[in-house]
Structures are given as structure tokens and as C-alpha cells.
Design a protein around this ligand. Structure first.
Ligand code: NIG
Length: 381
């Protein structure tokens, strides 16, 4: 079955061949893009839909979430809004709620959040473990993440659980826990931060993951200059996420590397950390991604549109830079193929149509639900 979408007012393709097209059309066939061009040159298809001047862009690639998790930390959020600082220790509250949940509870919650994300235009989602912190629960989270998300990241090194010997926990994370989770995951991550894991510990854990065939990601420089960015660059990580506190040397190291700096604007607002210096990063030539960091503790949103609008309104990215970071940037941070985050012949038909004539309206009309329709692999979601 093929579907022809016509009268697209503005089509953002993120390809050199097509760039941004006006009055465009797209043919979708078998879940993929079969044709892109002007409406008046479009070939016939089995079915047709007139988008009446609406903008279409690639679906969001949300490269950092903790989708499989339980609990509600609204009270902690209220305290933060009243001035209490964000601390890594809050993670254990989500761990307690997550450990107590059944597989069905976890699955239902992850699916609810995933549907919410889809309704806002997300078509690719990463999910991290990290709220189990014992072998059995980490493996459960990885298995349910593999069922619900597109990319799974192992984050056994989120914090050392209370009353646990540090050395014994690191041995567990790099040994039996890694072996139990690795079959479900493509990446390993570490929270390299004060109150979590220091640089030496993080290096040991990430190397163990890399030796097991996993790609490397780092939570770094969220609460201070933790050394996470330098470690990520040293290990050739796909991404270092958060990046709130960067020295000029950190920016320089990222600029000379292939490591993506993933910024998490909703988390910065929700934790009242200074925004990641997105403008400086882009100006220095660093590849950046924008992600939601959906989790009940530090960023309980699935809205990539909100993150993109914040990056434009508060972090001085141009609209085009933010849109690119939330699509192609996210795909790069996950090591996905070149067509993800783009609308290109042969690539997956992951499309996001807006009730607006231009994708710029996502920042121009912040907080307004503009999503008209979303297709993942050519299927409306
Ligand atoms: O990316 N920073 C570390 N981990 C998560 C969430 C932690 C939490 O539950 O507070 C994050 O923000």
C-alpha cells in the first residue's frame, strides 16, 4: 500500500538534496519514504491525503529517557522550586518505587509515556535502565525497555544503592549485572557526578561495557565540572548528556571529537541548574542533540516540542539548529543510520505533521499543542 501526502506547506527534510521544500508532497510505501518532491509532480499512489498547507518535519528522536520507571516525585519538585538544590540521592526514591512494581505495572507505565511521546511527534525513543540497581531488576528494566523503546542503554551505574559497599557494587555492575543486561542493550552509561561515580570508577565501568560490545554514553557535568565530558571524549563516547557546567577546555575537547553533547532543557528548568551552554557549543563546532530526559525525578516530560522551544527561547539556538539537534542530533547520539531524523527516499517514514504552516511555530507558539498527525514507519500512531 502506498500513501501520497500532498499540499505540504513546508517540508523540512534535513537532506542536501531536498532541503526545505514549499508546496511539497511525499509518497510513503511499505513504511519507507518512496518519493519526495513538489506536489504538482507527485506520482500516483493507492491512497492520498491533502495536508492543506501544513508543515511536515521528521519525527523527534528522543535520545535520553528513563522511560521504564515508577513513582511520583512532585513533592521533591515543589521543594526545588522553593529553593532546595537537586541532588543525585533522589534517584533512590524512584528505585524503591520501581523495584516494588510488577512487570505489568512497569510495562503499562512505559507504554503510557511512550504513547504520550508519540502524540507529541516523537518517533524514536531511547530508554535507560538505572532504577533497578540489582541484577534482577536491572534485567527486568532492560527487557521491558527493549519491548517499548527503540534503543536500550544500561545504566546500572546510576548511583551506589544505600548500605552497599562501593567496590562490591562496581564489581556487580561490571560483572553479573552487565552480563544479565547486555543481551537487551546497545549502550552503557554512567552517572559521572558528585554523589554518584567519580571519573576513575566511571572509566572502569564504561570500559567493561565497551569490552562487552556496548556503545558508550555518559551523564556528565550536570551538577559541576565532574570530568564526565573529558572522560566521554577520551573513551570516544557517542554522547555526553547534561553538560550544564563546562570549562573552555571541555568545549574544546568536544569540538575536537565525535562525541555528541546532549542538552536536556526541561531537566535544566526542573532542577534549576544553569542551562547547558548550547550556543557556545554550536559556535565551537560541537554536534549537539536535544532530548527530554523523561523521568519522574528531574524531568517529568515527554515533550520534545517543549525542549526545542526552550532551546530556542532560552538557550539562543536558532530554530533550525534546535530542530536538527532534536532529530538528526539525537540519531547521531544513538548511532542510528543516516536516514533517521531525515525525510529521505529509502529512509523510514517517521513523519510529524503540524497544525501550522511552518515548523518555526513550535517555538513561535510555545506551549500550544501543534501536532496534527504522526507516522512511525509509515503507520499513524
Ligand atoms: O538524567 N542525572 C541522573 N539521572 C537522571 C535522573 C535522576 C533522578 O531520578 O533524579 C537524569 O536527570
Amino acid at each position: 500500500m502506498s500513501l501520497l501526502l500532498t499540499n505540504i506547506g513546508e517540508l523540512t527534510t534535513h537532506t542536501d538534496e531536498h532541503g526545505t521544500l514549499r508546496n511539497a508532497a511525499v509518497v510513503v510505501e511499505d513504511g519507507h519514504i518512496a518519493w519526495v518532491g513538489p506536489t504538482d509532480k507527485a506520482p500516483a499512489a493507492d491512497t492520498q491525503e491533502d495536508l492543506a498547507g501544513r508543515a511536515v518535519l521528521p519525527g523527534w528522536v528522543d535520545s535520553h529517557t528513563h522511560l521504564v520507571s515508577m513513582g511520583d516525585r512532585a513533592e521533591e519538585f515543589v521543594d526545588r522550586m522553593a529553593g532546595r538544590p537537586y541532588e543525585a540521592g533522589g534517584i533512590m526514591r524512584t528505585v524503591d518505587a520501581t523495584r516494588a512494581a510488577t512487570d505489568d505495572d512497569l510495562r503499562a507505565r512505559a507504554r503510557w509515556l511512550r504513547e504520550e511521546a508519540y502524540r507529541g511527534g516523537t518517533t524514536t525513543i531511547e530508554a535507560k535502565t538505572g532504577y533497578g540497581l540489582d541484577v534482577e531488576t536491572e534485567q527486568r528494566l532492560a527487557r521491558i525497555s527493549a519491548e517499548t523503546a527503540d534503543v536500550v542503554t544500561y545504566l546500572g551505574a546510576h548511583v551506589v544503592p544505600a548500605d552497599t559497599d562501593r567496590r562490591a557494587y562496581i564489581d556487580l555492575v561490571t560483572g553479573p549485572m552487565l552480563a544479565a543486561v547486555a543481551p537487551y542493550a546497545s549502550h552503557i552509561d554512567v552517572f559521572c557526578e558528585i554523589g554518584a561515580f567519580d571519573v576513575e570508577e566511571s572509566r572502569e565501568i564504561l570500559r567493561a561495557g565497551r569490552d562487552a560490545g556496548l556503545g558508550v554514553k555518559v551523564h556528565g557535568n550536570q551538577l559541576g565540572e565532574s570530568g564526565g565530558v573529558q572522560l566521554a571524549v577520551e573513551l570516544g563516547a557517542r554522547s555526553v548528556d547534561h553538560c550544564n557546567h563546562l570549562s573552555p577546555k571541555d568545549v574544546e575537547a568536544l569540538a575536537g571529537s565525535d562525541t555528541v553533547a546532549t542538552i536536556l532543557p526541561a531537566c535544566d528548568l526542573s532542577t534549576r541548574e544553569p542551562f547547558a551552554p548550547a550556543r557556545d557549543l554550536v559556535d565551537a563546532g560541537v554536534t549537539i542533540a536535544i532530548a527530554s530526559n523523561c523521568n519522574p525525578g528531574s524531568s517529568f516530560t515527554t515533550s520534545m516540542a517543549f525542549c526545542v522551544a526552550t532551546a530556542v527561547l532560552q538557550q539562543r539556538l536558532t530554530f533550525e539548529e534546535a530542530l536538527w539537534a532534536a532529530t538528526v542530533g539525537g540519531a547521531t547520539a544513538l548511532g542510528l543510520d543516516d536516514s533517521t531524523g531525515r525525510i529521505t527516499e529509502g529512509g523510514r517514514a517517521d513523519l510529524h505533521a503540524l497544525d501550522a504552516p511552518s515548523a518555526k511555530h513550535l517555538a513561535y507558539r510555545p506551549g500550544v499543542l501543534l501536532t496534527h498527525r504522526v507516522w512511525k514507519n509509515g503507520v499513524p500512531v
